[in-house]
Design a protein around this ligand. Sequence first.
Ligand SMILES: [Zn+2]
Length: 109
Amino acid sequence: MHELAITQSIVEHIEEHLEGSRVVRVVLEIGALSAIVPDAVRFCFDVCARGTNLEGATLEIIRTEGTGGCRACGRTMPLDSLVASCACGSTDVAILRGQELRVRDVEVV
Ligand SMILES: [Zn+2]
């Protein structure tokens, strides 16, 4: 379960930057193509946050849709998997969006 390591590094990152503040809410953006399971992150978050200034914080996860761009015709399209083909017949589709994992917002008191 790589989510544990990922979540751990997110918690550490936030802790480092907001030392001494109490974090009440964290908003994460997880791309639909990132292979990161939001439910697993949610579970790990509670575990990782224990004993830190993030303990008890609400975790909000925003799922960002995948977007691909065809290298043959330049068209962009929604993607729901890493294997894609374009309407023009080309399978040379670049992933433009949907693999990201980022902290969008952190709320402190
Ligand atoms: Zn195309």
